[in-house]
Design a protein around this ligand. Structure first.
Ligand SMILES: *Cc1c(COP(=O)(O)O)cnc(C)c1O
Length: 354
């Protein structure tokens, strides 16, 4: 079998992380609330309108209209994906030939490199400074020297929470000949976006998702915004019925209630800042400013802190190697979860000497 597999994926190992969802789950930047419980009747009504024996609409139909309205764009600017993960794959498959370069910052979301590899592309990582900031000039220089096909910028960045200023993003978009993909998966927690620029800049794609702020990770709805020209290219490559009707029904109801859901986002931001201040006060912890719904921290011994939290049934994300050795990423949850974490910090729980 091995000799039949394509070379680019020979060293891949399958992803079989079985997640334990008991206790306090703070490891995947999801929304702690399940909005099905809030909008149950409306969702059931929306589902009952479906003809599940029929294929869904090719372009997402009314969900595409609703997302365009939310983004302040035209439906012709929008492509919907089975999660924005699928859109990363569609973008890479549309632009990367064997040997082509992708440029991105380090550390960042790993899927850019993984989909890049599958397509036969190579990813160049631009180093960040001690606060995980990346110099836009370094990205521009590398993209131009290597004639990169795609530059991926995750803003706010996962897993560091770092933010690029709008003028830095514009500098990158204007400074390269590459396609520039700005991944705004955490947009709602920052409130800043370049999505209105997609008609002005013909090399720009903005990616968004309903998995994080909208609490729809299980529904798999991501969307991309770009000029009609790019959108049409991506639509020509995407699997025809990538969005299922059931998820689409959920997406419609959640978007209808966006004002309420975005009020919860404001509370999450307030909790993030409160937890940040608390972590900042602790000598044992280094915490990084975040524009997303999580905080990245560096502790003396992440393995030990991780296991201590696990003993309390709190699951956070551990990195444990490379540049992020001794780093943990904590998703912001409910008021109760936040207060619990604050008590643990005050009790020396994050200090391996205690
Ligand atoms: C979570 C996340 C995604 C993936 O979102 P889905 O829509 O659930 O596939 C994309 N980019 C970043 C940076 C993320 O953190």
């Amino acid at each position: 079998m091995k000799k039949l597999i394509k070379k680019s994926i020979l060293n891949f190992s399958s992803y079989d992380a079985k997640r334990d969802l008991t206790g306090t789950v703070l490891d995947a930047n999801e929304n702690y609330r399940d909005y099905f419980k809030v909008y149950k009747d409306e969702i059931i009504e929306e589902l009952s309108k479906l003809s599940i024996n029929r294929y869904p609409e090719f372009d997402g139909g009314s969900l595409r209209d609703a997302l365009a309205d939310y983004a302040g764009l035209q439906p012709s600017n929008i492509i919907i994906g089975n999660g924005s993960d699928e859109l990363i794959s569609i973008i890479v498959n549309s632009f990367i030939d064997n040997g082509d370069f992708i440029v991105t910052a380090s550390p960042t979301f790993s899927m850019y490199e993984i989909y890049g590899k599958i397509a036969g592309g190579r990813t160049i990582y631009i180093d960040s400074d001690e606060n995980f900031n990346v110099n836009p000039e370094d990205i521009i220089k590398s993209a131009n020297e290597n004639k990169a096909k795609i530059v991926f910028v995750c803003n706010p960045n996962n897993p560091t929470g770092n933010i690029f200023k709008e003028e830095e993003l514009i500098k990158i978009i204007e400074g390269v000949s590459s396609l520039v993909v700005i991944d705004e998966a955490y947009f709602e927690f920052l409130g800043e976006t370049v999505i209105s620029k997609v008609d002005k800049y013909k090399n720009l794609i903005v990616l968004r998702t309903m998995s994080k702020a909208f609490g729809l990770a299980g529904g798999r709805i991501g969307y991309g915004a770009s000029s009609k020209e790019i959108t049409d290219i991506l639509l020509s490559v995407k699997p025809p019925y990538n969005m299922n009707s059931i998820s689409t029904a959920y997406g419609l109801v959640f978007l209808r209630h966006r004002d309420e859901i975005l009020k919860d986002v404001i509370k999450i931001i307030e909790r993030r800042e409160k937890l940040y201040r608390e972590l900042k006060n602790s000598k044992e912890i280094k915490v990084y400013k975040s524009g997303a719904n999580f905080l990245l921290i560096e502790v003396k011994d992440s393995e030990k802190v991780f296991n201590r939290l696990l003993n309390k049934n709190i699951r956070v994300r551990k990195y444990g190697r490379g540049k992020l050795k001794n780093y943990l990423r904590i998703t912001i949850g409910s008021e109760e979860i936040n207060e619990n974490l604050i008590n643990l910090i005050r009790g020396g729980y994050f200090d391996p000497e205690v």
